[in-house]
Design a protein around this ligand. Structure first.
Ligand SMILES: Cc1cc2nc3c(=O)[nH]c(=O)nc-3n(C[C@H](O)[C@H](O)[C@H](O)COP(=O)(O)OP(=O)(O)OC[C@H]3O[C@@H](n4cnc5c(N)ncnc54)[C@H](O)[C@@H]3O)c2cc1C
Length: 422
């Protein structure tokens, strides 16, 4: 792997055969997460594809010319021709492999794949999920000198990283941008010495053996596991949702509200998330129609009053969506009035869905005792029904799911484990 500058671009990239180029920056956690994967793949594919990296901050002009807007960005070139597909953000090893394989003949790909050797590592504790619960557990364990690895399928931060503003996390007088709060939590845990394996594919979890396989070749074992995998948004499960997800239907206001400046949106839901996120979306959108199945919002009173006083917001209570379609560049939401059974259509530029969450337990659903909603049952030390397997945060059975409660769970599990192991 070689570092280049703009002046080498023509020679090394345009005349360089098959090339992958990493635009990286300093103080960039996703770049740090990518670095070991990039190095590992350069050893594997390096004979066929040239692996280069370039420091974006010092080669801005070239980055702009190539439309590189964030770090890291991976660009792929074949004999001077740039691929229309690039990778950016929390880049997974499997995504890079997919692009590299497309650049090579099938036979060669087979040969390279046959050289992939599995590897093993051992830790005292393995934490699955780097949201507030997992990060706090990691911090306490690391401060107790317990060798800990933190694994996440995405970048660290969990839901907080995509929450617009957090005003109820103690210690801050002003509301904190969610990305900043989660970044600080993550850096604190990482600087303490916890090993991070993030933006990885978690393909197998064996809770009995306390073994997890990531990226299909790396096996990680530990004496204890903490499950901190949180929740994911519920889908509506109606026609058109799957097809239009990410193409007009969004589940994250912080990620997507900015694309709706002076545009009209429909929001499905009426609980805390829907009402709070609607307030944020109204900073961009010109008109918001809230569709809610009940005859009133079920969020906290203060947030409801604020939203109802917002002139951009109108409501369709006692209505449920039945389908989504895209017609002439507009999103069309078909809704049914639950009282009259009448169907009508709402036209908008985009739809946001906030209808609650479900626990992320797919890889171990049958192994642990769950409550009737599928959340993991724990005792007061956060120990699940399986010896050595703890669970913390939103994924556990409890009444209130907040950052503070996830942080508290992480603290309890880590102290309990530290006492046990010492
Ligand atoms: C829109 C929104 C706004 C919110 N606003 C607030 C607020 O203002 N104040 C407040 O206190 N709370 C708020 N919350 C709630 C708060 O974000 C959660 O309670 C908190 O993030 C829970 O932390 P956690 O660590 O349990 O899980 P999460 O934050 O959900 O993190 C779970 C992590 O696990 C990872 N993961 C998932 N599956 C796997 C797997 N198989 N293997 C490895 N990793 C995995 C995910 O990628 C994620 O990073 C909000 C939630 C939402 C959705």
């Amino acid at each position: 792997m070689k570092e280049i500058t703009s002046s080498d671009f023509e020679k090394e990239v345009l005349n360089g055969g098959r090339v992958v180029l990493d635009f990286y920056s300093s103080e960039c956690p996703p770049c740090e997460a990518l670095a070991p994967k990039y190095e590992n793949l350069s050893a594997l594919y390096g004979k066929d594809i040239k692996f280069l990296k370039i420091f974006r901050q010092q080669n801005r002009e070239l980055a702009e010319k190539l439309e590189v807007k964030s770090s890291p960005t991976l660009l792929f070139f074949d004999n001077g021709i740039i691929s229309s597909h690039s990778l950016t953000g929390g880049i997974k090893r499997s995504e890079i492999i997919h692009h590299l394989d497309n650049m090579l003949p099938d036979e060669r790909v087979k040969e390279i794949k046959s050289q992939i050797k599995s590897c093993f590592s051992n830790y005292d504790v393995m934490i699955l999920g780097a949201g507030p619960g997992g990060l706090t557990a990691g911090l306490y364990l690391c401060q107790s000198k317990i060798n800990t690895v933190l694994i996440d399928i995405a970048l660290p931060g969990g839901h907080v990283s995509t929450t617009h503003e957090v005003s109820n996390y103690p210690g801050f007088i002003d509301p904190q941008p969610g990305y900043l709060l989660s970044h600080n939590m993550s850096e604190q845990t990482k600087l303490c010495g916890t090993v991070y394996k993030v933006a990885v594919d978690v393909s197998q979890i064996n809770l009995e053996k306390k073994e997890v396989i990531i990226d299909e070749y790396e096996s990680i074992r530990a004496k204890r596991i903490i499950i901190a995998t949180g929740t994911s948004p519920n889908l509506m499960g109606i026609p058109g949702e799957k097809e239009l997800k990410g193409k007009g239907i969004s589940y994250c206001a912080t990620c997507d509200a900015k694309y709706y400046g002076d545009k009209e949106v429909v929001i499905i839901g009426g609980g805390n998330s829907a009402v709070e996120e609607a307030d944020f979306i109204s900073k961009f959108a010109s008109k918001i129609t809230m569709v809610h199945q009940f005859d009133a919002f079920t969020a906290n009173k203060q947030a409801i009053e604020k939203l109802l006083a917002n002139p951009k917001v109108s409501t369709r209570f006692e209505c449920e969506p039945r389908s989504f379609t895209r017609e002439g560049g507009k999103m069309v939401t078909e809704i049914e009035n639950l009282k009259t059974k009448e169907h009508s259509k709402l036209e908008s530029d985009g739809v946001f869905v906030f209808i609650g969450m479900k626990p992320n337990i797919d890889l171990f659903r049958d192994k642990l005792e769950l409550d009737k909603w599928g959340y993991i049952k724990t005792n007061e030390d956060m120990l699940s029904s399986m010896p050595g397997v703890y669970a913390v945060g939103d994924v556990i059975s409890k009444k209130y799911r907040q950052i503070t409660t996830a942080v508290a769970d992480g603290t309890i599990a880590a102290i309990a484990i530290a006492k046990e192991m010492n």
